[in-house]
Design a protein around this ligand. Structure first.
Ligand code: FBP
Length: 549
């Protein structure tokens, strides 16, 4: 395969491991753990893997010899920069324990595990993918691994290949499934350990013990680079409002981090919209107000960031989507049989009066997008909803009303952008390259330690990587009960933006100034070689969250 000059130079990069993982390790167990909520329900559902202790690794001066380990790995869900390094870390880790260990990759996500599609990941293959972006080494997929038949089918191939440990690299839903699988294999005495790794650019798989998911760092740096470029264009031409939708599914972590890095004129945070019980019109009025004030100073240009999950956080829309989810889960087949032209009316007829009214008031495109297929985890595919266009259209209308009232006399021309896929397979930043390699290597240590139902955890991330703390967290500790597909299910609690958290507070203090003045910051592209202050900085989210700790 032909490589770019950067790819060649990057292949030689040696990720920095936490010092503790550079030699033999011993397991230090903490106290038994509890789930974050609904303890009784979760305990009942996970009798074999509930309440396990947190694990921290320490240096071991007297290691016992290790037996060869056969390990399987699955990449699950959306791509995130650094996934290849997790796999490289697992490979190097198990080979370090015993050179006869073997790593197998299941192809195209959990589906490859169930359907027995796999390859052995040899040194030659691994070396091709070190420090590269993407998940193409084995591919990824969104098949939901949740049924006993799938677990049993997967076990057949694990037995055939003599695999005794499986690493699932995924987001909150995939790690939830990893916990269910770990519990099942423990219950039936399958002799297979299951370990999870926290992946998602969305940054919503985090808590006290998982400081960030991998990929968030690189993806937000890529988006911030292009937002900065747009801001500079915007400030040069001074004639457009740029409405930029940013990926991130439900949570607004990506939008918030990009706002902190680039200081746009507006950034909407979905969690705040929900907390303040704002309507869609309130959000529109807020933006229009800023446009009016900027126009009064002669500034008919600006940059507006919108998190892709916004629609779901507007309380009235949230209630509508929840009812739509249940309706489509219960009567999906009936809905699918309705002619396309009649589907909108069918939904209106089947919703409660209040939600039917809201649904009927939505522009046709948005209404249709809300009724499209859910992903296999039951989520609305928010990436497909063109919120940036919906908002700019409504802002335009509001400005015309204000003009008619003599309250606005500016020019408003909007351009639209959506940044999401552009960042998911970028070459990992030094932070993600190091973090992912450490997560994978650490997963190998958890396997060697014989545990199951744990998530690989590397902490102290705002410090240089050599000082990172490595260990494992019982996945059940992160769970609570939530309504999914019309039924209560145990799931890992999603981390939304905390309005009392340091990153939001910083943003809140500055945003009025950013709105009226032009305070853009242009972060520029990710740098891989050069001084640490340019190349190795973690996200501002992580930095602010750690300040004062
Ligand atoms: P994960 O939660 O699987 O990491 O996916 C992240 C994400 O990029 C979201 O930000 C986005 O809404 C979604 O995937 C898009 O899904 P798809 O890749 O199926 O289009």
């Amino acid at each position: 395969m032909k490589k770019s000059a950067l790819q060649k130079a990057r292949a030689a990069y040696q990720p920095k491991l936490p010092v503790v993982l550079t030699g033999a390790v011993k397991v230090v167990e903490g106290n038994p753990t509890q789930s974050v909520a609904d303890q009784e329900d979760i305990k009942k559902l996970f009798p074999n893997t509930y309440g396990l202790p947190e694990i921290t690794f320490e240096k071991n001066s007297n290691p016992a010899p290790s037996k060869p380990l056969n390990v399987g790995v699955i990449l699950s869900g959306g791509q995130a920069p650094g996934g290849h390094n997790v796999i490289c870390g697992i490979f190097d880790g198990i080979k370090k324990f015993n050179k006869d260990s073997r790593l197998y990759g299941f192809l195209m996500g959990p589906g490859g595990f169930v359907d027995h599609n796999y390859i052995e990941l040899t040194k030659d293959i691994i070396d091709e993918y070190r420090n590269t972006g993407g998940f193409d080494i084995i591919g990824s997929g969104r098949t939901k691994l949740e049924k006993k038949e799938q677990f049993d089918k997967g076990l057949e191939i694990l037995r055939k290949l003599d695999i005794t440990a499986l690493v699932i690299i995924g987001g909150d839903d995939s790690n939830t499934n990893a916990a269910v699988l770990a519990e099942y294999y423990k219950e039936i005495g399958a002799g297979v350990q299951v370990i999870g790794c926290p992946k998602t650019i969305d940054g919503d798989l985090k808590n006290e013990v998982i400081e960030t998911s991998f990929g968030f760092d690189t993806a937000t740096k890529v988006y911030s680079e292009v937002i900065g470029n747009i801001e500079r264009d915007c400030n040069s031409a001074r004639k457009y409002y740029h409405f930029i939708k940013l990926m991130g599914r439900s949570a607004s972590h990506i939008a918030l981090e990009c706002a902190l890095q680039t200081q746009p004129n507006v950034c909407i945070i979905s969690e705040e919209v929900e907390a303040k019980n704002m309507t869609l019109q309130d959000v529109v009025n807020y933006i229009a107000d800023i446009v009016v004030k900027r126009a009064e100073k002669g500034n008919n240009f600006g940059t507006v960031l919108i998190p892709e999950g916004l629609i779901e956080f507007i309380p009235a829309m949230k209630a509508l989507i929840a009812e739509l989810n249940d309706l489509l889960a219960a009567k999906g087949a009936e809905f699918a049989a309705v002619a396309a032209d009649d589907q909108r009316q069918w939904i209106i007829d089947n919703l409660s009066a209040e939600n039917a009214k809201i649904y009927a008031s939505l522009p046709a495109g948005v209404a249709r997008q809300l009724s499209l297929d859910r992903d296999p985890h039951g989520n609305v595919q928010v990436s497909l909803i063109e919120t940036e266009k919906l908002l700019s259209e409504m802002v335009g209308k509001r400005l015309e009303e204000l003009r008619a009232e003599g309250k606005y006399n500016g020019k408003f021309a909007a351009l639209h952008h959506f940044f999401g896929y552009e960042g998911r397979c970028a070459a990992p930043s030094n932070f993600d390259a190091d973090y992912c390699y450490a997560l994978g290597f650490n997963a190998a240590c958890l396997i060697e330690a014989g545990v199951t139902g744990y998530m690989s955890s590397v902490r102290n991330l705002s410090k240089p990587s050599v000082q990172w703390i490595a260990g494992g967290i019982p996945i059940t500790m992160m769970m609570n009960m939530e309504r999914r597909h019309g039924a209560m299910k145990p799931v890992i609690q999603k981390a939304l933006v905390r309005l009392d958290g340091a990153p939001f507070r910083k943003f809140e203090q500055k945003r009025d100034k950013w709105a009226l003045e032009t305070c853009y910051i242009y972060p520029g592209p990710i740098q891989y070689f050069g001084p640490a202050e340019v190349c190795d900085q973690p996200t501002l989210t992580l930095t602010y969250e750690h300040q004062g700790k």
